[in-house]
Design a protein around this ligand. Structure first.
Ligand SMILES: NC(=O)c1ccc[n+]([C@@H]2O[C@H](COP(=O)([O-])OP(=O)(O)OC[C@H]3O[C@@H](n4cnc5c(N)ncnc54)[C@H](OP(=O)(O)O)[C@@H]3O)[C@@H](O)[C@H]2O)c1
Length: 316
């Protein structure tokens, strides 16, 4: 049976596909084909970001599939993210417009603040000090960045806005504004070892959708992984469920999020895996299997981005 998409809804009612394709570290030369394969398989949601430096190729893949009639613009949900060196009020719209141009789109479905911290804007997109740490701009408050994001909705450049990597109190500060446009989405690291129950609870209360990034444990994560980190796709509980069901561990980890109503964006540039991951829409985990995965939670963060730790508003 061919898999078909499942959806959640954004605060305004727009359909938001529960499964999308991640594109962090998807190499130029591979990501265009990955996007095309994904759209052919049935994916209708692509997760991009300015800082992934591959938006142009992602856009080429989208264009090919629109030109050959596989999809129309309105069938596809595209997320991208504002980078930290573009947080000043006069930099937000240009950064958004550059992503739109890269992606070849005249609007973005969901635009996210990538991190609550800000970087200086005169030393490139990844300004590192001699100590190997990122150089921040402490004068910028993410609450003001949120206000600039709202003006992008007013102008029709983006349909919805949200945040990534905000902690509970940071989300609460935006909610306390109160926002003129709703926080439509929170994107955070999330998998059975880091279930994010508290954040999901808060988001549910305020109608904020949640997206799980690194749902497979992001096995590569260069510069972040340490030798003692657990390997999520090798976890015995996950392996046992996969074996019993005759599916892959990746499919179990994707399905776990879908059944919690959490949007999930596994990355792959491998055509067979892109297809396989999409087929996680095709089976159901039992109550007992879900419980076994829920019981794995130990607030184990695999992506703490060490070079950001000294920045004001670092969330973890
Ligand atoms: N907002 C943020 O700050 C943030 C941070 C991190 C990630 N993200 C988003 O979330 C997406 C997903 O997270 P991620 O890229 O960190 O990690 P992930 O999706 O957990 O894992 C991706 C890795 O798993 C491999 N893989 C994919 N499907 C597989 C399968 N069926 N079997 C075995 N291996 C498989 C991929 O390899 P191949 O590609 O070689 O197939 C890749 O190495 C990102 O791409 C990005 O869009 C957002």
């Amino acid at each position: 049976m061919a898999a078909s998409n499942l959806f959640t809804a954004l605060p305004g009612g727009a359909k938001f596909p529960l499964l999308g394709l991640g594109t962090w570290q998807s190499e130029k030369g591979k990501v265009r084909a990955a996007v095309e394969t994904a759209i052919e398989c049935g994916y209708r949601h692509i997760d991009a970001a300015y800082i992934y430096s591959n938006e142009k190729e992602v856009g080429e893949g989208i264009k090919t599939k629109m030109t050959d009639g596989t999809i129309k613009r309105e069938d596809l949900f595209v997320t991208t993210k504002l980078w930290l060196s573009s947080h000043k009020p006069d930099k937000v719209e240009p950064c958004c417009r550059e992503s739109m141009k890269n992606l070849g789109l005249d609007y973005i479905d969901l635009y996210l603040i990538h991190w609550p911290m800000s970087l200086v804007d005169d030393k490139g997109v990844f300004p590192l000090g001699d100590d190997g740490m990122l150089i921040g701009d402490d004068s910028i408050d993410y609450v003001d960045v949120w206000k600039s994001m709202e003006s992008l909705v007013d102008k029709g450049l983006v349909r919805a806005i949200g945040v990534c990597n905000f902690n509970l109190s940071q989300i609460q500060r935006v909610l306390d504004l109160p926002p003129r446009h709703p926080i439509a989405n929170l994107q955070v690291e999330c998998h059975p070892l880091l279930a994010q129950n508290e954040l999901i609870e808060l988001c549910k209360k305020y109608g904020i959708t949640v997206t799980a990034y690194s749902p497979l444990g992001s096995p590569e994560r260069p510069g972040i992984r340490t030798p003692t980190d657990p390997v999520l796709m090798d976890d015995k509980v996950v392996l046992d469920i996969a074996k019993k069901r005759g599916v892959s561990t990746a499919q179990v980890l994707i399905r776990y999020q879908i059944q919690r109503g959490v949007v999930v964006i596994p990355k792959s540039v491998t055509s067979s895996r892109i297809q396989q991951n999409f087929e996680a829409l095709n089976f159901e985990l039992s109550k007992e299997e879900m419980q076994a995965l829920i019981d794995l939670n130990r607030n184990c963060r695999l992506l703490d981005f060490p070079m950001s730790k000294s920045l004001k508003y670092y969330p973890f």
